[in-house]
Design a protein around this ligand. Structure first.
Ligand code: CP
Length: 312
């Protein structure tokens, strides 16, 4: 199968076959990350710019490393250190980068739809690295890769997503992706942090976290996004932690081999107990490694690579 899209804007738009193609391509990429010399000539002569209008540790640095491991030329731009700070528009910034011959632009932006807008403005491939509360497709792909690696398949798994679903682009991308791949997706959190129309995305909604966790195979704990909270959506951090935080007694409600994910950055002791975050059910560190592999796969596919044709 060939990748046929110019951009990666969201999992809402992908078919299960396309999702499988990305996850299958990430496997050989992960093997490269495990080598002592993490360098292949696959994308030599190709270029990638990361254009970040919001802070990031994982996504930005993993795209940068993904490009470098494949020998692409990489440039990192942030809104505070570029001409965006002088008022340059997203369209003009994109056209400027495009005129320099860039092949892939990876964008993170606080406005939902920004990646799609940029993709319409420029012929270069655009990858959405998180747009407002809309989607964060590469995070969901690395989550799905990690789950598939641990569980063998996504089909039929009971996956619980807990927390601030209202503001979470990670949750939205996971829901689109996991439901397409045949998983049962349960969401849980305070009613004030669950969008009213979320059932239409094919999920089961729970307000009691214990009911959602019963027999679950996977628990994906969302970050409480302090920076996006309006007043009054939940009483207090301590109350949130008491009612919805993932701790040992709640984890015991899940399947005996259930795994715990968190997209990071974590508010340790708020949405997740530190003992769980660093315990033997946690796959949070593996998520970070897999993030590089999935992003290598995407750079490869969006620049014209075929699965099974990766050169060493
Ligand atoms: N999960 C995630 O997007 O992390 P960063 O904000 O550090 O990129």
């Amino acid at each position: 199968m060939f990748w046929q899209r110019k951009d990666l804007l969201g999992l809402r738009y992908l078919t299960p076959e396309e999702i499988n193609l990305i996850l299958d391509t990430a496997g050989p990429m992960k093997e490269i990350i495990g080598r002592k010399i993490k360098k292949t000539p696959t994308l030599r002569g190709r270029s990638m710019v990361t254009l970040f209008y919001e802070n990031s540790t994982r996504t930005r640095s993993s795209f940068d490393l993904a490009g470098k491991f494949l020998s692409a030329d990489t440039v990192g731009l942030s809104s505070s250190s570029s001409s965006v700070a002088k008022g340059e528009s997203l369209r003009d910034t994109g056209l400027t980068l495009n005129a320099m011959g860039v092949d892939v632009v990876v964008i993170r932006h606080p406005a939902s739809g920004a990646a799609e807008y940029l993709a319409k403005c420029i012929p270069a491939a655009v990858i959405n690295a998180g747009d407002g509360t809309h989607e964060h497709p590469t995070q969901a792909l690395l989550d799905m890769y990690t789950i598939r690696e641990k569980k063998g398949s996504l089909t039929g798994l009971k996956v619980v997503i807990i927390g601030d679903l209202l503001h979470s682009r990670v949750a939205r991308s996971n829901i689109w992706g996991l439901t397409k791949m045949g998983a049962e997706v349960r969401v849980a959190g305070p009613m004030t942090l669950i969008p009213q129309d979320i059932k239409a995305m094919g999920v089961k909604v729970y307000t009691k976290v214990e009911e959602a966790l019963a027999g679950a195979d996977v628990v994906n704990v969302l970050r409480i996004q302090m920076e996006r909270q309006q007043q009054g959506l939940f009483p207090s951090i301590r109350e949130y932690s008491r009612l919805y935080g993932i701790n040992q007694s709640r984890l015991e409600l899940t399947a005996a081999d259930a795994i715990v994910l968190h997209p990071g950055p974590m508010n340790r002791g708020v949405e997740i107990d530190p003992q769980i975050a660093y315990g033997n059910r946690s796959v949070i560190t593996e998520q970070v490694t897999n993030g590089v592999a999935v992003r290598m796969a995407l750079l490869y596919l969006l620049t014209g690579g075929e699965y099974h044709a990766i050169s060493n």
